[in-house]
Design a protein around this ligand. Structure first.
Ligand code: 3EB
Length: 312
C-alpha cells in the first residue's frame, strides 16, 4: 500500500492505473464525480491550504464495484469503501445508514475487519432534537456497530471532522484479518468517555496496528489536545499543537514499533485558516495535507492524524 498526494488538476494521470484502491479529492468543486477510472472517488468538502489536491491510496491489482450505495475497491489484502448519505437533517439516521451499508459490503466482499474510518459532515455543532449533531452521529455509529462489536469486531481508528457543505461522507479501510487496537495511556479511551460528551461514546480506538508487506503499519486516529477526557488550552493553536504531538508520540510509543519508525503521511485539520508553525521532528518531513475543518469539540482548533511504518 502507498499513500500519496497528487494535484487535482492532473487527475487524468492516474485514471488508467489498475492499482488504485481509492481517491479522495480536497478543494474540488465537483461533488458528483464518483470514479477515477476504475477507482472509487470521493470529493470531500474540506479546503486544503494550497491548490486542490487528491490523496491517492494504491495497493496491488484492484477490483472495484458498487453495491448498496457503497463504492469499493480491493486488492486481496485491503478494501477501500466509501459512501455519501444526505445529511441535511437527522445525522443519526444518516450515520446508521452509512455504517450499516459499509459493513455489509465489507463483509460480503470478505473484508470484515475494520481498520480505519474517516467521516465528514456539515454543521457538526448544530443541534437536532436537543442534541448536538456530533453526539447524534455518535449514537448512530454506535447503534450500527453494535452487532459488529458483539461478534468480536474491533473498533477502527477514526477521524471525524465537520464541513460547511455537502453530505455525510464516510470512507474506510478494512482487511480480511483483524488489526491490533492501540490506546493512549494519557487519554481515556474514546469509547469509554463519560456521558457528559453524549449519550453514546464515539466508537474508535486511538490507533490500529497491522502487518503488511513485511512491515508494521500504524494507522493513528485524528488526535487532539485531550488529556484524560478533557480538552486542553481552549482555542490556543500553539498550545494545542504541543499537546497533540505529545499524544501522537505516546500513541507511537504504546505501539511497540522500536526506534526505527517513520511517518508515511499526515493530515492536519485546523479550524479556520490560521498559519501553522513548523511541525516537530520526526513528524516534519512526511507528506502533509493541511485541511480547514471543524474539530468535533468547539474548543479544539487542531487535530492531526498519521500513518507510521516500521520494520517488523
Ligand atoms: C477525540 O479524541 C477528538 O468521533 O471518530 C478524534 C478522532 C475525535 C475521531 C470520531 C473524534 C473522532 O475525542 C475527536
Amino acid at each position: 500500500m502507498r499513500i500519496f498526494h497528487h494535484p487535482a488538476e492532473r487527475l487524468t494521470e492516474i485514471e488508467n492505473r489498475s492499482d488504485v484502491l481509492g481517491v479522495l479529492a480536497y478543494g474540488v468543486a465537483d461533488p458528483v464525480r464518483a470514479w477515477c477510472g476504475q477507482a472509487p472517488y470521493l470529493g470531500v468538502a474540506l479546503n486544503p491550504h494550497g491548490p486542490p489536491v487528491c490523496e491517492v491510496i494504491t495497493g496491488g491489482v484492484v477490483r472495484s464495484g458498487a453495491r448498496h450505495d457503497v463504492r469499493y475497491g480491493h486488492d486481496g489484502e485491503w478494501l477501500f469503501a466509501a459512501i455519501t448519505v444526505d445529511a441535511a437533517g437527522m445525522i443519526e439516521a444518516a450515520a446508521v445508514a452509512a455504517y450499516e451499508r459499509l459493513l455489509r459490503v465489507a463483509e460480503e466482499e470478505g473484508y470484515g475487519c475494520l481498520i480505519r474510518a474517516w467521516q465528514y459532515f456539515p454543521d457538526i455543532h448544530g443541534v437536532e432534537d436537543d442534541l448536538e449533531r456530533y453526539r447524534q452521529f455518535n449514537r448512530g455509529r454506535h447503534y450500527a456497530l453494535e452487532r459488529y462489536l458483539a461478534r468480536g469486531g474491533i473498533r477502527p481508528a477514526a477521524t471525524c471532522i465537520g464541513t460547511h457543505t455537502g453530505d455525510l461522507m464516510v470512507y474506510l479501510l478494512a482487511r480480511r484479518t483483524p488489526g491490533m487496537a492501540i490506546e493512549n495511556p494519557r487519554q481515556v479511551s474514546a469509547y469509554r468517555y463519560p456521558q457528559t460528551y453524549g449519550p453514546r461514546p464515539p466508537d474508535f480506538v486511538r490507533a490500529m496496528k497491522v502487518v503488511s508487506e513485511g512491515r508494521h503499519w500504524l494507522w493513528i486516529s485524528g488526535t487532539a489536545a485531550i488529556v484524560g477526557h478533557e480538552s486542553r488550552a481552549a482555542g490556543d493553536l500553539e498550545a494545542q499543537m504541543t499537546e497533540t504531538f505529545a499524544n501522537l508520540d505516546l500513541v507511537v510509543a504504546s505501539a511497540d514499533l522500536g526506534e526505527d519508525w517513520r511517518v508515511a503521511a499526515t493530515k492536519i485539520y485546523v479550524r479556520g485558516a490560521g498559519p501553522l508553525s513548523a511541525l516537530p521532528r520526526p513528524w516534519a518531513g512526511a507528506p502533509v495535507l493541511v485541511l480547514a475543518g471543524d474539530i468535533c469539540r468547539s474548543e479544539l482548533v487542531i487535530e492531526i492524524e498519521a500513518v507510521v511504518t516500521a520494520g517488523v
